[in-house]
Design a binder for this molecule. Structure first.
Ligand code: NAP
Length: 246
């Protein structure tokens, strides 16, 4: 009988993992999305959408669905769900793996300023900057009040609320992004600063290459501490871990 496996998603890596795991004969994949994106990329297999309702509700979900393993493939900045999953899995003795692509690291020619939060990134922006902001809608309020900066805000979907900026241009786009497009975007908007989170992965790293070529500053919001427990960076390693959980 197939083992129910709960995959906590919200990343391109989670989708890529699901596309491989859904065909495993001994696995019944339940893909869980928070439901923040109004039109997410459709994951394969069974999908549930919305928060569980906290740790105890997640404990209950794991018990009721007889979950045999949890793969936490949420975004490295999604701290709460990862912490909840760690506690709930410990309480239920359910095996748990964190699948998270490695963070980006600077290479020769990069002009990174590393900061610990969106608030710190907002403070680090020089007055008069023309900044490409790719942090996602959740972090936009941190930059409100910087009326001395022009923001080019890139989001996947139109924001629910108006952008909280005096001087901003909105561009809607969903990755993966290619280098040519990133070059053109930065040139057309005369971007002199990139503000981004250290999400890692190939799908959105072209902006870093374009910034290096352009010789501009990158304000890099570094990751919060990772959740406890075993962690792998690639899908093959996660599939091998899953196969070993019998
Ligand atoms: P978060 O602060 O860690 O989580 C907030 C709450 O959302 C959780 O307590 C949980 O609600 C619910 N939740 C989050 N992920 C869930 C999932 N996969 N399935 C079911 N419920 C989930 O997360 P966030 O930063 O708001 O991010 C929300 C989602 O967007 C995550 O799944 C993440 O992978 C994705 N994402 C986040 C970022 C980012 O920069 N933070 C970027 C790209 C994608 P309950 O407590 O009610 O269970």
């Amino acid at each position: 009988m197939a083992r129910p496996v709960l995959l906590l998603g919200g990343t391109a890596q989670a989708i890529a993992f699901a596309r491989r795991a859904v065909d495993l004969p001994d696995v019944h994949l339940i893909f869980s999305l928070a439901g923040r994106t109004r039109s997410p990329v459709a994951p394969p297999g069974e999908v549930r959408v919305g928060g569980f309702g906290g740790v105890e509700a997640l404990v209950q979900f794991i018990g009721e669905h007889r979950i045999a393993a949890v793969i936490d493939a949420t975004h490295p900045f999604a701290v709460r769900i990862s912490a909840n999953a760690a506690v709930a899995c410990a309480e239920t003795a359910c095996p748990r793996l964190v699948l998270c692509r490695p963070a980006w690291t600077p290479i020769d020619g990069d002009r990174w300023r590393r900061v610990a939060s969106a608030d710190a990134a907002a403070t680090a922006l020089p007055s008069g900057a023309r900044a490409l902001l790719t942090t996602g809608h959740r972090d936009l309020p941190a930059f409100a009040g910087r009326d001395d900066v022009h923001f080019l805000v890139r989001l996947i979907e139109p924001p629910v609320d108006p952008l909280p900026f005096a001087d901003a241009t909105l561009v809607l786009a969903r990755g993966p992004f290619a280098l040519d497009g990133e070059r053109t975007l930065m040139a057309e908007h005369e971007i002199d600063t990139l503000v981004t989170k250290n999400s890692g992965g190939d799908g959105s790293r072209a902006k870093l290459d374009a910034a290096r070529e352009r010789g501009i500053d990158v304000i890099m919001i570094e990751r919060p501490p990772p959740p406890p427990g075993k962690r792998v960076g690639d899908i093959g390693a996660a599939l091998a871990w899953l196969a070993a959980q019998h």
